[in-house]
Design a binder for this molecule. Structure first.
Ligand SMILES: [Zn+2]
Length: 65
């Protein structure tokens, strides 16, 4: 079990081997963890857009505040 924090929503999570990002965080504790909820919303954004659009950066920047 590893305690980590979501890069986007800043909530604390405890993940275990069942989490797809467990190995990544275990190897590199400084790697960014993205929780399932944020992951899903990011994937939706990616699916609904093609290429880089300045609007995407605005949408993502709200998660970084
Ligand atoms: Zn999150």
């Amino acid at each position: 079990m590893i305690k980590t924090k979501c890069f986007f929503c800043k909530k604390n999570y405890t993940i275990d081997y069942s989490d797809a990002q467990y190995q990544k965080i275990k190897k590199n504790p400084k790697a960014h963890y993205v929780c399932k909820k944020c992951n899903e919303s990011m994937q939706r954004e990616a699916q609904s857009t093609t290429g880089l659009d300045p609007d995407i950066i605005d949408k993502y920047s709200k998660f970084l505040r």
